[in-house]
Design a protein around this ligand. Structure first.
Ligand code: SF4
Length: 360
């Protein structure tokens, strides 16, 4: 039995079906290629030295063509190898644009314009990509596990209660990793995982690196790509991810800007993150995570769940109850405790009434 067939057989027999994420489920069954396979095998006529506006116009046209051509829905034949990468592909064009976006960094909506290629750190503190850890995760949503999580150091938000603050607040920790080594990490775990799960900290400051890994990774059974993020990226960054990511595992924390500003030190949160959830749902599949914060059910949980229902539809939302005070939470009276059972149930039952849970 080929490695791809063996992998498909193991997962289809062992795990319950994933009805609400049909395209992701098809990738697991090798009935569809991950999107990046198409982005790197699609030739695009572009001059890497052209001005940025011209390159974006070519990029947007190529993505539109990819989406309307039907290529993304093509079913691989029995035992078929994935399409070969080409030189001058849509993915190559995305990498040129990603490097430009990082040069005066505008990967996230802080748009701090740090000259990261010259060694300057931005507001998030990230200069070059550092990988904090890479391992098989068995404790996340059932659709994902086992999930090959690649944790980046550093984050563009500063959540006062961050449970990963040893990673997110230490952007210069972890190992320097080349794209080739990133691909090697994927190869080492590929037979045991359902996906590659880019996380952190946050993957947003590392999008150019991720695209470069996707250019060189060479798996017999290409993996679904999961972007596990706070979703505070720019529209440009989201456009670069379009055609490379299969699933957004998207955090939606706050229902208003005041809570976001005080507890994550970030402006204009709701407009940015709601816009990005909507755009992400149009380019890939979406699984939302919402962490119930103590004292924030009425101001955050309910508005977030309502917004998702009204603007995207019933979604698989993981309403999470594992909040505990961490990092600087003790400096904020409202979040210096665990949520009560009543608070969690109010959020969970509201999600259930909206149809956000029980989709499986
Ligand atoms: S990702 Fe970091 S360096 Fe880039 S704009 Fe955001 S805060 Fe600045």
């Amino acid at each position: 039995m080929s490695p791809a067939a063996l992998h498909s057989s193991v997962f289809s027999r062992t795990w319950k079906p994933i009805i609400h994420l049909p395209r992701y489920a098809q990738i697991l069954e090798v009935e569809r290629w991950p999107q990046y396979i198409h982005a790197r095998s699609m030739p695009v006529d572009f001059d890497p030295a052209a001005d940025t506006g011209t390159l974006w116009a070519v990029h947007d046209g190529a993505v539109e063509l990819l989406r309307t051509s039907g290529a993304l829905d093509a079913r691989p034949g029995e035992g078929a190898a994935p399409p070969e990468p080409v030189q001058g592909s849509l993915l190559d064009l995305k990498i040129v644009l990603a490097d430009r976006l990082e040069a005066e960094c505008q990967l996230c909506e802080r748009r701090c314009k740090a000259a990261r290629a010259e060694g300057k750190a931005g507001t998030c503190g990230v200069v070059e990509t550092r990988v904090s850890s890479s391992f098989m995760h068995h404790g996340e949503e059932y659709e994902l596990v086992p999930s090959h999580t690649i944790f980046f150091s550093g984050c563009n938000l500063e959540c006062q209660f961050c449970q990963n603050h040893d990673i997110s607040r230490r952007p210069l920790s972890g190992a320097r990793v080349t794209p080739e080594l990133g691909a090697q990490l994927i190869h080492e775990e590929e037979m045991g995982s359902r996906n590659v799960n880019w996380v952190g900290g946050d993957p947003i400051p590392n999008v150019p690196f991720i695209l470069k890994v996707l250019r060189v990774v060479d798996s017999p059974r290409p993996h679904a790509q999961v972007f596990n993020s706070n979703m505070y990226m720019t529209e440009e960054t989201l456009k670069l991810l379009d055609g490379t990511m299969d699933l957004y595992l998207a955090d939606f924390k706050y229902g208003n800007d005041e809570c976001a500003e005080r507890l994550s030190r970030v402006e204009n949160y709701f407009a940015v993150v709601s816009r990005n959830h909507k755009l992400a749902s149009e380019q890939a599949e979406l699984l939302v995570r919402h962490l119930v914060l103590p004292g924030h059910v009425d101001c955050c949980s309910i508005p977030v769940l309502d917004w998702l229902r009204e603007n995207i539809g019933p979604l698989r939302v993981n309403v999470m109850d594992q909040y505990r005070p961490a990092y600087r939470a003790r400096e904020h009276e409202d979040i210096n405790r665990r949520p009560t059972t009543a608070e969690f149930l109010k959020a969970y039952n509201h999600a259930a009434a909206l149809g956000h849970v029980g989709l499986d």
